[in-house]
Design a protein around this ligand. Structure first.
Ligand code: SF4
Length: 403
């Protein structure tokens, strides 16, 4: 039996400098390359596939938990013997099976994720965690619990909305209940030291993600490769993520890039070919307000606090997000500050169709940014379709206007 550190080092070595192998649909390993305009040769760095991560879990004494978006206590799952792998669709899945269970106006993440599950592609997961992010995900949890015989138990997590004094107490109770359910499934009951160790590991990985997001010009990566690296946080071990980011190619000065600098907002940039389309339209991304990246830059917690308080504190202190009922004007100010600091000339809001939490914020966000002279392009996409020509035309016109 390998020690955890030895097994971890083996997994990390395996993911660096190796050839890709076939994985689950489009969730295959992705080669992260240096930005082509700046450097000719490719970086010999390979992101692991989900299957490869899955293969390494038994050696680490971990079981798989499939987790739906957006906010959840990653460290708690790990301490209870689970490795969380996130399911944001995926975009490539045929949504037909999921469509039978939901109204046509349900977002693609829920319909595709349900299809993915019904096709047996999450069978390796020992538990399915569905946070109460929105009505659509709450509906998905209800449908799966009441009408679909899933091979694994479905559990939920209710996150408090808005800013209320009782939020912390409520969330601590929720987290304790979730810990009890996970421990019952895995047989692993973590003590405070084990929980704190996982919280600190997560904090280290999250600080690196924050560094990656705020210093992206100092990484020699194209937009697509930058987001492939940042988004592997959705499925690799925190230790692997730390090693991968530390191995990413850095520069002594800011990367010079052609085209119009933009801020990208929305839930998730799918399909990832979006970044090629942005480049073709003469634009590139200098900062984001994406739910899968910048709205999950959880700050460090008080190391003297009880671990459940720490877990709650981190989730509650995440950047403003409409799915957590954040005050819209506070979010608008944060978006404006980030955009100004990064030198973005405009904001592209790229949302899955029928995403209610996002739609609630759009009028006031657009109005506020308009009052500051920041142009906004709002587009909606269907997760199961390629980027539409209509979107490309609008994007090109937007980039031309800002050039
Ligand atoms: S895209 Fe919007 S509606 Fe769909 S799961 Fe995400 S937050 Fe909910």
């Amino acid at each position: 039996m390998l020690t955890f550190q030895a097994a971890r080092a083996k997994v990390a070595r395996k993911f660096l400098n190796q050839k890709p192998k076939e994985g689950l649909g489009d969730l295959v390993p992705q080669r992260v390359r240096a930005a082509p305009a700046h450097k000719e040769e490719s970086l010999s760095m390979q992101l692991p596939s989900r299957n490869e991560v899955l293969d390494g879990l038994p050696g680490l004494g971990l079981q798989l938990a499939a987790v739906l978006p957006i906010h959840y206590p990653r460290a708690l799952l790990r301490a209870c013997g689970f490795h969380p792998m996130e399911v944001w669709g995926p975009a490539s899945v045929d949504p037909s099976e999921g469509n039978f269970h939901f109204q046509a106006y349900t977002c693609g993440i829920v319909r595709n994720a349900t299809s993915f599950l019904l096709q047996g592609r999450l069978d390796a997961a020992k538990v399915l965690l569905i946070p109460h992010t929105c009505d659509a995900l709450q509906g998905m949890a209800s449908v799966l619990k009441d009408f679909v015989a899933t091979p694994q138990p479905v559990t939920t997590l209710y996150l408090p909305r808005g800013l209320h004094h009782s939020n912390r107490e409520f969330l601590v109770d929720e987290l304790r209940q979730l810990a009890a359910k996970l421990s019952e499934l895995s047989g692993v009951v973590p003590d405070a030291a084990a929980l704190n160790a996982q919280i600190e590991l997560d904090e280290e990985a999250d600080s690196l993600l924050a560094h990656l997001a705020s210093s992206r010009a100092r990484y020699d990566l194209s937009d697509k490769d930058f987001y492939a690296l940042a988004r592997c946080r959705e499925y690799v071990l925190s230790e692997t993520f730390i090693e991968l980011v530390n191995a990413a190619p850095r520069l002594d000065q800011d990367l010079r890039r052609r085209g119009v600098p933009l801020m990208l907002s929305g839930i998730v940039p799918e399909p990832m070919s979006l970044f090629e389309q942005l480049a073709d339209a003469g634009a590139h991304v200098v900062c984001d307000d994406l739910a899968c990246i910048s709205r999950r830059l959880y700050p460090k917690s008080d190391p003297k606090a009880n671990p459940f308080q720490r877990l709650a504190e981190r989730l509650l202190a995440a950047p403003h997000d409409p799915t957590r009922g954040a005050p819209i004007m506070e979010r608008a100010h944060r978006v404006y500050e980030t955009l100004t600091k990064a030198g973005a000339k405009g904001l592209v809001i790229y949302d899955p169709k029928f995403c209610e939490p996002e739609l609630f914020d759009i009028p006031l966000l657009t109005q506020f940014l308009g009052s500051k002279g920041v142009p906004v392009l709002h587009v909606e996409f269907d997760m199961s379709e390629a980027v539409s020509n209509q979107f490309l035309t609008r994007l090109e016109a937007f980039a031309e206007m800002l050039a």
